[in-house]
Design a protein around this ligand. Structure first.
Ligand code: FES
Length: 103
């Protein structure tokens, strides 16, 4: 059973409408903020391994910088490929720490 682990400090969260990459142990994460809501998802694009945290956000989706596959920030579902989904992780904020449940 996985537990919440610290992934970053709250002050390092991305600005509205932006995403960033975060490394936490063996995990590469993409942390995004849209309409005030934070998403913590895997950073590795299921198409060919592109860094989603370097992508831009359009229409509620993070767009991979390599070949422009787009993934819903709420579900991780790829826009045009039903079999592709990016894992999204539960997270919480405690004090200045952002904690995520990585499994
Ligand atoms: S690696 Fe992300 S769209 Fe190709």
């Amino acid at each position: 059973m996985s537990e919440f682990v610290r992934i970053m400090s709250q002050q390092d969260l991305p600005a509205e409408g932006e995403a960033r990459e975060v490394e936490c142990g063996e995990y590469q994460l993409c942390v995004a903020r849209l309409n005030g809501e934070i998403t913590v998802m895997n950073n590795i694009c299921p198409h060919n391994g592109g860094p989603l945290g370097q992508g831009i956000i359009e229409n509620g989706k993070i767009v991979c910088p390599w070949h422009a596959w787009a993934f819903d920030l709420k579900t991780g579902q790829a826009e045009h490929e039903p079999r592709a989904r990016v894992p999204i992780y539960d997270f919480k904020i405690e004090g200045d720490d952002v904690l995520a449940k990585l499994d």
